[in-house]
Design a protein. Structure first.
Length: 312
């Protein structure tokens, strides 16, 4: 299938799968020239090539010296006219030469607001496949593999129990096992079903979670930070307002499945790029500021388990 387009939510393994495909091709067809990169890197390299008058080198790298192009998170070039135009020509050159193209994104091509129609059409030429959250048995198998990799001896029944508690994505699933193992080591306790349930009690999500809407996210975040929903929809840029606004946009994207333009519209008519930047910013800050990560996860759990408070 060419192109092969994979889409799915955060933490479901799209990037990992893209890497695995690249490694497999390298091992089985070492003569093929493989280029792997994110769409952001493609955009940055394109901008640098234009500024530094190195466009011919850029063109050769992607149009002439590439047999397999693996590009991650293509949705981030949406709205970037010159980058989309260049990727369109790269796509055409590779496709016409019979080269393989594989792309990942967080949604189907038709739902990418700001993506050129001609590019959207080409992304639909091959196979468009949805990467869904793993089922119970698959989650248990993932935990078994993780336990083996980390040298952990865990009863299969415990792994199955953990898998039944954490159903969101692979990252959280593996993180849950690490958390249980760490607590067990610190307390000198055996890893049992009861112990795992106690450690993961705040992560366990009921099968029937309340519907999360952008309005619920806004109400809860506003209440948590002693703000009004109107503040989140407004234009104030003071950190006391802008940070909660970014968190609310991030959670809206993570939990509601709404598009970036839709979220922007519900936050006072803001541009979709503002929402994209907010999501990327919160993701980045969480990696360096544990206290923010705790806050965001706490809000996420409340949204997935209880009704958010009302606040005008």
């Amino acid at each position: 299938f060419n192109p092969l387009f994979l889409y799915g939510g955060v933490g479901l393994g799209k990037t990992h799968l893209l890497h695995a495909v690249g490694h497999y091709i390298h091992e089985t067809r070492p003569e093929l020239r493989i280029v792997y990169l994110s769409s952001e890197r493609f955009m940055n390299e394109f901008i640098t090539a234009v500024r530094c008058n190195q466009f011919e080198e850029f063109r050769a790298r992607y149009r002439e010296c590439c047999d397999v192009l693996l590009i991650d998170d293509i949705q981030f070039i949406a709205g970037r006219d010159r980058t989309m135009d260049e990727f369109f020509h790269v796509f055409n050159a590779l496709y016409e030469a019979g080269k393989q193209i594989m792309v990942t994104a967080d949604r189907v091509p038709a739902d990418m607001e700001g993506m050129e129609e001609r590019l959207t059409s080409r992304l639909n030429w091959g196979l468009v496949a949805d990467i869904k959250p793993p089922d119970l048995e698959t989650r248990a198998a993932i935990l078994r593999q993780k336990a083996d990799q980390d040298g952990l001896s865990v009863d299969p029944r415990v792994l199955l129990h953990i898998a039944s508690l954490v159903r969101s994505n692979v990252r959280e699933l593996e993180g849950a096992l690490v958390r249980v193992a760490t607590f067990a080591e610190l307390k000198g306790a055996p890893i049992t079903e009861a112990f795992a349930g106690e450690v993961l009690g705040d992560l366990a999500k009921p099968e029937e979670s309340p519907t999360v809407t952008i309005e619920r996210v806004q109400r809860l975040v506003a209440s948590h930070f002693a703000l009004r929903v109107a503040d989140l929809k407004g234009q104030r840029r003071h950190r006391s307002v802008s940070r909660p606004r970014m968190i609310a946009m991030y959670l809206s994207r993570e939990l509601t499945g709404a598009s970036f333009p839709e979220i922007g519209q519900r936050f006072g008519g803001k541009d979709h790029s503002t929402v994209i930047n907010a999501c990327k910013r919160i993701t980045s800050i969480q990696e360096s500021q544990p206290e923010l990560r705790v806050t965001v996860e706490g809000l996420r759990r409340q949204l997935c388990s209880a009704s958010a408070p009302a606040m005008a």
